[in-house]
Design a protein around this ligand. Sequence first.
Ligand SMILES: NC(=O)c1ccc[n+]([C@@H]2O[C@H](COP(=O)([O-])OP(=O)(O)OC[C@H]3O[C@@H](n4cnc5c(N)ncnc54)[C@H](OP(=O)(O)O)[C@@H]3O)[C@@H](O)[C@H]2O)c1
Length: 263
Amino acid sequence: MAEGQSLLMRKTLLVITGASQGYGECLAKTFAQRLPSGSACLLLSRKPAKVEEIRTENMEAFYEKFDQSNFAECGRLFIQGMMDKNGIKLADYEQTMIIHNSGVLGDLTKFAWEMEDKDMVANVINVNITGMILLNSALMQCCEDAGQKNISIINISTLAAVMPLPSCSLYCASKAARDMYLQVLAKERSWVRVLNWAPGPLDTEMMVSCRQCADDELRQSYIEMHEKKTLLTCSQSAEKLMLLLERNTFKSGEHIDYYDVKE
Ligand SMILES: NC(=O)c1ccc[n+]([C@@H]2O[C@H](COP(=O)([O-])OP(=O)(O)OC[C@H]3O[C@@H](n4cnc5c(N)ncnc54)[C@H](OP(=O)(O)O)[C@@H]3O)[C@@H](O)[C@H]2O)c1
């Protein structure tokens, strides 16, 4: 896709992970209003009953149960099977857009030197890094097989990927790794548009855990944002992302924060 040409103009197959709630759900609804007719979305979630309730206006939606910590489900065979089962043919679309939205915080009540719970550590790495990478590879290979060259990858990143936040060590480390993986991919595949998008502080379930983090100063700042109602709504953030995708002037692989985008 040529830089400067809107990424929202082509008939798209949109894939969103963690689509059942929060930002993922909002992105599904927002894209449904923006993408041209004939576009479709594949909404992935561990909670199919919840995700099936999401209304995507006139955009056809496919719903599949998906757990990013289950590597078998992130693999090529499983993903191709999912497409076949739903009758999704990538070649029917002018573009494939992958939104890596799924993400977990880990235990924010612990500092970096207190990371002893191997299951919790593994889950953060598995969901935020390994599963995401495997899924990304599977989807890109499906695109390659289908001759689909127009691929856009949007990683829902965070300020924490570029700023060390006390008591958020695993989250920061895993999100930084995810950004860098996609920066490398952007260099390897010049025709793929890659964006590491930090959506700003959102009023979602994730923020409830942030308000319980171990670091006093950070916890206080999250509590204050909540009390003073300065958190962003998911829609506010999604609209800024749409602007960025419409302009499509970002450097592939770039990390861009909500507050960096001027209207
Ligand atoms: N809230 C913020 O202030 C903020 C700020 C910057 C970045 N972000 C990023 O925005 C993204 C969405 O977060 P949110 O704020 O909407 O929080 P959220 O409501 O907690 O959503 C997190 C999503 O991650 C998915 N997820 C968790 N474990 C998963 C697993 N094992 N397999 C697949 N999906 C899994 C969940 O999907 P299902 O339950 O549907 O499976 C859920 O929808 C995250 O990547 C987060 O890091 C959030």
